[in-house]
Design a protein around this ligand. Structure first.
Ligand code: PGA
Length: 255
C-alpha cells in the first residue's frame, strides 16, 4: 500500500515570515490528517528555519536542488551534507526548471541522485516531456530516458528512499493540467519500467507523484487514478488556502 505524498515546491517565492507562517499552517493540518505524507521544499536560505518550524511534526522538509559533488570549490552550490545539517531529509532532483532553464543533463541528475542518497537524503526525482516532445509522440521515450538515467546504478534498497514525480513541462505553471487519463497512462508506464531493473516489489512500492498545475479543483480527480500517488505542487503550494485542500484530497482518496 502506497501512502500518498503531497509536496509543496515553493521555488523562488515567499519571504521568511510568509515561509514560517505557511509551514506552521501546513504542519498543523498534516498532524491532524491521517493517510497522507507531506513535504515542503523552501528556498535554501529559509530551509533551516522551516525545518525548525516543522520539527516534531509529520512534515518533511527538503532542498529544491543539491550539488552533485561532496564538497570543495563549487561556488554557489549546496552539498547534501549541508542540507542534512540544517534539517533537510529530502531533496528534489531534476526539476524541469533545473533541466530546461539551467540546462541540467541526465548525467548531472544521476550524479546528484547518487550523492544525495549516499548522504542519507531521500530523493524526489522529477521527469517529464515538453509540449514539443509530446506532440511528436515522444512522451514515453523521453520519460524512459530521464527515469532510467536518473536511477542508473541504484540498488533496490536505495529505491526505498526514492520518490518519482512525473511533471509534464507543458503543465507546469501554465494552468494546463494533464487529464487524469493522460497522467495515469504515463504513471502506469513508468511503474512498469521499474520492474526490470529493480524487481516487482520496488515497482509496486515506489510512489509516483503527478506535478503540473495541481489545484484544489483537480487534485481529487488526479489522485483517484490508481498509479498517481500524490502531487508535487508549485503555485498552489504558496498559500494555505490552496495547499491544505490538496492535502485533504490526497488523504480522502480511496486506495
Ligand atoms: P505548478 O508547479 O504546480 O505551479 O505547475 C509544479 C512544479 O513545478 O513542481
Amino acid at each position: 500500500m502506497r501512502t500518498p505524498l503531497v509536496a509543496g515546491n515553493w521555488k523562488m517565492n515567499l519571504d521568511r515570515q510568509a515561509a514560517v507562517a505557511l509551514a506552521q499552517a501546513v504542519c498543523a493540518r498534516a498532524d491532524a490528517t491521517q493517510g497522507v505524507d507531506v513535504a515542503l521544499y523552501p528556498s535554501f536560505v529559509y530551509l533551516e528555519e522551516v525545518a525548525r518550524t516543522a520539527a516534531g511534526s509529520r512534515v518533511a522538509v527538503g532542498g529544491q536542488d543539491v550539488c552533485d559533488q561532496e564538497a570543495g570549490a563549487f561556488t554557489g552550490e549546496v552539498s547534501s551534507a549541508m542540507l542534512r545539517d540544517v534539517g533537510a531529509v529530502t531533496v528534489l532532483v531534476g526539476h524541469s526548471e533545473r533541466r530546461h532553464v539551467y540546462g541540467e543533463t541526465d548525467a548531472l541528475c544521476s550524479a546528484k541522485v547518487r550523492q544525495a542518497l549516499a548522504a542519507g537524503l531521500q530523493v524526489c526525482l522529477c521527469i517529464g516531456e515538453t509540449l514539443e516532445e509530446r506532440e511528436a509522440g515522444r512522451t514515453e521515450e523521453v520519460c524512459r530516458t530521464q527515469l532510467l538515467a536518473g536511477l542508473e546504478g541504484l540498488s533496490a534498497e536505495q529505491m526505498r528512499s526514492v520518490v518519482l514525480a512525473y511533471e509534464p513541462v507543458w503543465a507546469i505553471g501554465t494552468g494546463k493540467t494533464a487529464s487524469p487519463e493522460q497522467a495515469g497512462e504515463v504513471h502506469a508506464y513508468l511503474r512498469g519500467l521499474l520492474s526490470a531493473p529493480f524487481g516487482q516489489a520496488v515497482a509496486d512500492a515506489t510512489r509516483i507523484l503527478y506535478g503540473g498545475s495541481v489545484k484544489p479543483a483537480n487534485a481529487a480527480d488526479l489522485m483517484a487514478v490508481p498509479d498517481i500517488d500524490g502531487a508535487l505542487v508549485g503555485g498552489a503550494a504558496l498559500t494555505a488556502e490552496q495547499f491544505l485542500p490538496i492535502i485533504d484530497a490526497a488523504a480522502s482518496t480511496d486506495r
